[in-house]
Write a protein that binds this ligand. Structure first.
Ligand code: PLP
Length: 391
């Protein structure tokens, strides 16, 4: 058995050994409760505070604008439900994009069932929201706009600064789900008029089960969880100290290496895209050619859209882990992707995409191995799929 090659960094990333080392003392020795006043508590509190500063620095924010949560999902829910309920749901209008992650979409849809008026903005065939569409849709009763920074299925980047600017001009709060983007592309809250931003540690080589919400100073949120009043009363619950320390360490490493890492990943990405479209005639790239995450590739195979899962399993058998669509929808693997449908794919084509998402530990050699295996896997499937098409 050769080494496994992991190309599904959009689903989750391997824990960086430096992050693990930073966390270790907070699992083994410094296990105090940060709310306790004696030494063990003060040590834990200092670690949480340090992590808060590390996360803030990655975003160009102030430490007191960071609220730790249990996940990106919770950060999204706190931002959206928290912002809306703080002002009362009556006559409230909420705008999001049609390609949001289920963490945002499900939360918005629940609010719609509770009486909020919900508008989902369309995207073009490359997966981009036109800022002018947002400008047209904002009405005086719009309370919040939530548009993701980078899409988890196709990897496209939205013009979040322009979108946030439009919301700001209308006095409307702007939230971005930046779970896929933080640590990969730069953010600076001093320059970007974003009010709320969600992130998740496990997407930037940190641990699972810890996230954060950036809350611009002065923005009011109603808590989802009430209790001991941790996190300035916005998110009660004894802090996941080791996890938070891991997020802080991951943020610091990402900040230090982001620029070089983006250049390196774009080179591998371009090598894969160019080679695949040359080697596999029916392969096509989904999503904007360049306005995309440095390490994200989403591919379709014309005429073989129903075969994505079989292709994935072939690659798995050959030692390569890649995803069809998004991991969060693995439970719904046979269903069309709402993201691809929003890009204009019909229900059949929207079932079949392969997502190759690169990360910190991927190399050119691993990409070369993919380029050996994938064309073979595609041509091995083709005769069967053409038979299926006849039946
Ligand atoms: N938002 C986006 C864009 C994601 O890709 C994910 C994870 O896949 C989430 C939110 C949810 O984050 P978490 O897994 O930390 O709950």
């Amino acid at each position: 058995m050769g080494e496994r090659i992991y190309f599904d960094n959009a689903a989750t990333t391997p824990l960086d050994p430096r992050v693990f080392e930073a966390m270790r003392p907070y699992l083994q020795q410094a296990w105090g409760n940060p709310s306790s006043l004696y030494r063990e508590g003060r040590e834990a509190r200092a670690a949480v505070d340090r992590a808060r500063t590390q996360v803030a620095q990655l975003l160009g924010a102030e430490a007191n604008e960071i609220v730790f949560t249990s996940s990106g999902t919770e950060a999204d829910a706190l931002a959206i439900r928290g912002a809306l309920t703080a002002k009362g749901l009556q006559n409230a209008r909420l705008i999001a994009s049609a390609i949001e992650h289920p963490a945002v979409l499900a939360c918005c849809r629940r609010l719609a069932r509770e009486g909020v008026s919900l508008t989902l903005l369309p995207v073009d065939e490359d997966g981009i929201v036109d800022p002018e569409t947002l400008r047209r849709e904002i009405t005086p009763d719009t309370r919040l706009v939530s548009i993701m920074a980078a899409n988890n299925v196709v990897g496209t980047l939205q013009m979040v600064t322009e979108l946030a600017e439009i919301a700001r001009q209308h006095g409307v709060l702007f939230h971005t789900d930046a779970v896929q983007a933080v640590g990969k592309i730069p953010f600076d809250m001093r320059l970007q008029p974003i009010d709320l931003l969600s992130l998740s540690a496990h997407k930037l080589n940190g641990p699972k089960g810890v996230g954060a919400l950036y809350v611009r100073g002065g923005v009011e949120l109603a808590p989802l969880l009430e209790g001991g009043g941790q996190e300035s009363g916005i998110r009660s619950g004894t802090e996941n100290v080791a996890g938070i320390v891991g997020l802080g360490a991951a943020a610091e490493i990402a900040r230090e290496h982001m620029a070089d890492e983006a250049v390196r990943l774009v080179k591998i990405r371009e090598y894969i895209i160019e080679s695949i479209t040359e080697l596999i005639p029916n392969a096509y790239l989904i999503g904007d050619r360049y306005r995309r995450l440095p390490g994200h590739i989403c591919l379709g195979f014309a005429g073989m859209e129903g075969e994505a899962i079989r292709l994935l399993m072939e690659l798995d058998a050959a030692g390569i882990a890649i995803s069809s669509g998004s991991a969060c929808s693995a439970l719904h693997a046979g269903e069309p992707s709402h993201v691809l449908e929003a890009l204009g794919f019909d229900a059949f084509k929207a079932r079949g995409s392969l997502r190759i998402s690169l990360g910190r530990f991927n190399t050119f050699e691993q990409a070369a191995r993919l380029l050996e295996v994938l064309p073979r896997a595609v041509s091995a499937l083709r005769p069967i799929s053409s038979l299926a098409a006849l039946s």
